[in-house]
Design a protein around this ligand. Sequence first.
Ligand SMILES: CC(C)(COP(=O)(O)OP(=O)(O)OC[C@H]1O[C@@H](n2cnc3c(N)ncnc32)[C@H](O)[C@@H]1OP(=O)(O)O)[C@@H](O)C(=O)NCCC(=O)NCCS
Length: 353
Amino acid sequence: MEFSPGLRGVIAGETSISTVGKEGTSLRYRGYDAIELTKNNTYEEVASLIIKDSLDGDEFKEAFLKHYNNKALEDETLSKNIENLKSIHPKGMHPMDLLRTIVSGGEEMDSDTEIESIARISATVCFAIASYHKADTNSLSDKYLVASSLLPNDASDEMLEALDDMLILYAEHGFNASTFATRVTASTRADLTGAIVSGIATLKGELHGGANERAVELINSFNTVEEAEKGIYSLLDEKKKIMGFGHGVYKVQDPRSPVVKNWVDQLVDNDFSKNRFEIAKKIDQIMDEEKNLFPNVDFYGGLLLAELGFEVDLFTPIFVAGRSIGWAAHYFEQREQDILIRPAAKYIGPSER
Ligand SMILES: CC(C)(COP(=O)(O)OP(=O)(O)OC[C@H]1O[C@@H](n2cnc3c(N)ncnc32)[C@H](O)[C@@H]1OP(=O)(O)O)[C@@H](O)C(=O)NCCC(=O)NCCS
């Protein structure tokens, strides 16, 4: 059998949830174009589509609301847990580690439907992010329920819609590293919570979800377009990877990137933001000219989350809020297939001795 480093190009399983990168650029959730879904549907509808192939988002909304309100009643306990966890780690705990720990402690109910069990986890994630963010997010929107649980009460409709689109685009992406980790855990017949925890742990790395944080840190490290130009050329000379560019599957374009870039364009409204957007576009231009590489969802995605007021270390947790749906759908699909994932390894150690 041929060896493919990083399993690139290897078909490692069957799925009916999404197709990624057909014709080098498209993304479809159960046959629907994900970009069209951002125009016509909400995250809750797309979540239902991904989990149970129905665009009726009511069951998900109801279950999310029920669990979010439960969490709100436990506000003090959860906030205390977060503070305790922070104090155990005096140097500061990354919110992804907090999220992983908090989700891990969650309870599962045998009586839950698939939608209820993931809505419970989703509500926990959103509540933990809101507690960490310390924003007042208790006024929930009927239309953009999940997005409104993450944004401050005074967020505009435009901001809610932008975050709703971001969550839709984060929701699912085939056999990416964190989803594959989730499926490996599911394949042993482990529980959903454990599988989601595997997903969170895997998403944290900078070659995966963490790229959005690194991308914005890079953009923020330059004060002017000229500085950015010089800086990127010298990083490329040093053969450094520029976070937020390139993709393991898309070969032509990441279709999610123009949607998020467009939102940044719409939301920038002050000199600082405008300058930052110009810096980002210059980096994008240089990467295209010098490396023929396109921005992936994380480059302008990070910038969008910054425009929406999130601190950099909350970007990947927001990614979790969106992607937990995809992880859950893959968990259920893998459980249904009931095949243990157990690949072989090419031995490169010492010969027999
Ligand atoms: C996502 C990623 C892992 C895809 O990897 P891949 O398609 O397997 O490509 P490789 O890592 O093998 O790189 C192929 C070539 O392109 C270069 N390249 C790929 N991404 C690059 C980047 N972001 N910056 C600079 N060069 C890059 C590599 O250095 C390599 O060059 P070489 O052939 O001269 O050695 C890779 O593009 C990357 O590390 N990007 C940055 C992290 C990121 O944004 N991740 C989020 C993904 S949604």
